[in-house]
Design a protein. Structure first.
Length: 222
């Protein structure tokens, strides 16, 4: 099963607060989620669950006929996935693939690559572009090891995966590798080829904010 955790979008993307007001951050988070769910739908896997209590995310998931696993506590991505993993265990779901809702350049082909490289028993990890975070995790069985998300989750996840004694595959994937947490991430999204909803929005933010956002996103030359 593919699991997509989504915290409340009306308070999303606090790390971008220095360059975008909350209304713009929410708009961006919604656009990114649309891009992610569109790619997942294109991939075509039947078992997809969005783990959330956010009204927009619930309505969007329903439009794709994805399942909703309620996360009314809305504490963290870690807690949301713990809830969803328990549901998968109760259903004897053989595997889980966790994808965040803020990797807007994700491609259906990248999802296919994860499954193509997944061991029968074991895991696949896709690191963030900076090598610190973890932007996709496949586990078979579904609760092979617990997940703990955060700024520096990749190495702990890698250690936990290896500690199981089962194969662990590390894949570097360009689209999934870019999550949007900083002005530089937003600049990369805006400048990348493509015409996704989030890219149009990022470009609009840069045009609207002009030099102010650009100064934040691109370090000045010495």
């Amino acid at each position: 099963m593919i699991l997509i955790p989504v915290k409340r979008l009306d308070t999303a993307k606090q790390r971008l607060s220095a360059i975008l007001p909350q209304a713009s951050r929410t708009e961006l988070a919604r656009a990114m989620l649309q891009d992610v769910l569109s790619a997942v739908a294109e991939f075509g896997k039947d078992n997809v669950s969005v783990v959330t209590s956010d009204p927009f995310a619930i309505a969007l998931a329903a439009s794709y006929r994805f399942e909703i696993i309620r996360d009314d506590a809305n504490l963290s991505e870690t807690d949301a996935i713990a809830i969803a993993t328990s549901v998968c265990q109760e259903r004897d779901t053989p595997s889980t693939l966790v994808i965040p809702g803020d990797v807007p350049l994700i491609e259906a082909a990248e999802l296919a690559a994860i499954y193509a490289n997944s061991p029968v028993t074991g895991s696949v990890l896709v690191p963030a572009h900076d090598g610190r975070g973890t932007n996709a995790i496949f586990r078979s069985p579904a609760a092979l090891f617990p997940l703990r998300f955060g700024n520096d989750s990749f190495l702990p996840h890698l250690a936990a995966a290896k500690a199981t004694g089962q194969p662990c595959v590390v894949l570097t994937l360009h689209g999934i590798g870019l999550d949007i947490d900083s002005a530089e991430d937003l600049r990369q999204l805006a400048s990348a080829p493509g015409d996704r909803r989030s890219q149009h929005l990022a470009r609009k933010f840069f045009e609207k904010s002009g030099a102010e956002v650009a100064r934040e996103a691109v370090p000045a030359n010495p």
